[in-house]
Write a new protein. Structure first.
Lengths: 324, 88
């Protein structure tokens, strides 16, 4: 992964209850400092002069308590501890609840070129948010070539060779009322253990390249209802040109999975041939996936019924034999 | 597998037109062709993929090809970078 700097934290595109509302109020040159760990620290002890086990590599969060203490230090004109505090390679200090540190603090931070950030959120609100944001940033990540769509609420990653018709399939799904998350390049992160979150790259998000048309903007053409920013990947559909020598799954009772970042995702290999309506097959796959989540496996249930029927037939045959 | 380091020499970086040119060239080969930047890999046969790289002037990239005509593919792509995508 590229270095994640304080500047990158400020530039993250976060919305609604992920928003951090951070702004830089001092120590601007230090914005190039790197955030190395997805953790935070309340530096109360360090400010009071106790530096043993000081977790300086973490983002330092200062709330009302710390700010009040800093003001006490200012009244006593005490600079030594603060100087020592900033001798550590701290990524940045964040003041919550729109608190503003006093001039001495700002002056020493400025000297040390340590960025001082401010947010309007309270400490208790800011802390879980930043933890969530950092754990996403530091989550294992990978780019995949494919199209991510949401069909009947199921996040489906369509993969396959260039030119197999992934984008065209997605376009028809959008036309049928489903949603586009990302075309061509899908950025996947493994969050909270085993959830694969997929989204598009910022610049090209919600644009598609359709051979013969060029680049089109899905939001403008189909409206905001046709797009989604991110979605969990719950099914992988692999499109490939029909290979007559290959056996394709005809029953569907065996489930294959695909390993993405160590998570096994249900996987379907679907052969493409002129005249096969792939979007409808994908819609059906999505509904089938929902049934499975509800505990109903079409193929297994079907086979169970067949077995039951065969059994009753054989009992009947045996009975008829006996009677004779 | 053949790998080669290339650098972007045109001022504007890889925008839509160079991306289309790269894709066109890449599609002339059977090999799978990729670009790698900061450990992230994208398909060189995908316009969106290439634009996503956000490759600006002087950005170093790695071209990777795998397949029967890998050598020729890497040569052809590297050649485009040398010619500044026929810009300037």
């Amino acid at each position: 992964m590229d270095k994640f700097r304080v500047l990158d934290l400020l530039q993250l595109d976060l919305k609604e209850n992920d928003a951090l509302n951070l702004k830089c109020i001092g120590g601007r040159p230090g914005l190039i400092r790197e955030i190395k760990v997805p953790e935070i620290n309340r530096p109360g002890l360090a400010l009071s002069g106790f530096f043993d086990n000081f977790a300086y590599q973490r983002i330092q969060i200062l709330g009302r308590g710390e700010t009040a203490y800093l003001n006490k230090l200012e009244r006593e004109n005490e600079r030594v501890t603060l100087k020592k505090f900033f001798d550590y390679d701290i990524p940045c200090c964040v003041f919550t609840s729109n608190l503003r540190p006093n001039d001495i603090f700002m002056e020493i931070a400025e000297e040390a070129e340590c960025p001082v950030l401010q947010t309007d959120l309270t400490s208790s609100e800011f802390t879980p948010r930043i933890m969530r944001v950092l754990s996403n940033v530091f989550a294992p990540k990978k780019l995949m070539h494919g199209v991510l769509v949401e069909v009947f609420g199921i996040g489906i990653l369509i993969i396959g060779e260039s030119g197999v018709g992934k984008s065209e399939t997605a376009l028809e799904l959008i036309e049928r009322g489903h949603r586009l998350v990302a075309d061509d390049v899908v950025e996947i992160r493994r969050v909270s253990g085993n959830i694969l979150m997929g989204k598009g790259a910022k610049v090209v998000s919600h644009h598609m390249e359709i051979r013969g048309l060029g680049i089109i903007n899905i939001t403008h053409l189909f409206g905001v209802g046709a797009i989604r920013d991110k979605k969990q990947i719950q099914l992988v559909v692999h499109l490939e040109d029909w290979d007559s020598n290959k056996e394709y799954d005809r029953i569907g009772s065996e489930e294959s999975t695909m390993d993405i970042l160590g998570v096994n995702v249900p996987y379907l290999l679907i052969p493409v041939r002129p005249g096969r309506n792939i979007p409808i097959i994908i819609e059906t796959a999505a509904m089938n996936e929902r049934l499975k989540k509800m505990g109903y496996y079409s193929a297994k249930e079907f086979n169970k019924n067949v077995m039951k029927w065969l059994e009753s037939e054989s009992v009947r045959a045996a009975f008829l034999d006996d009677v004779k | 597998m053949v790998e080669r380091d290339v650098v972007i020499k045109n001022r504007a970086g890889i925008h839509a037109r160079p991306a289309a040119l790269i894709v066109k060239t890449a599609n002339e080969f059977k090999s799978q062709i990729f670009f790698e930047k900061d450990g992230e890999r994208v398909n060189a046969k995908s316009i969106m993929g290439i634009i996503t790289l956000g490759a600006t002037y002087k950005t170093p990239l790695k071209v990777i090809a795998e397949g029967e005509d890998e050598e020729a593919a890497v040569n052809a792509i590297a050649e485009l970078f040398e010619r500044k995508f026929e810009e300037e």
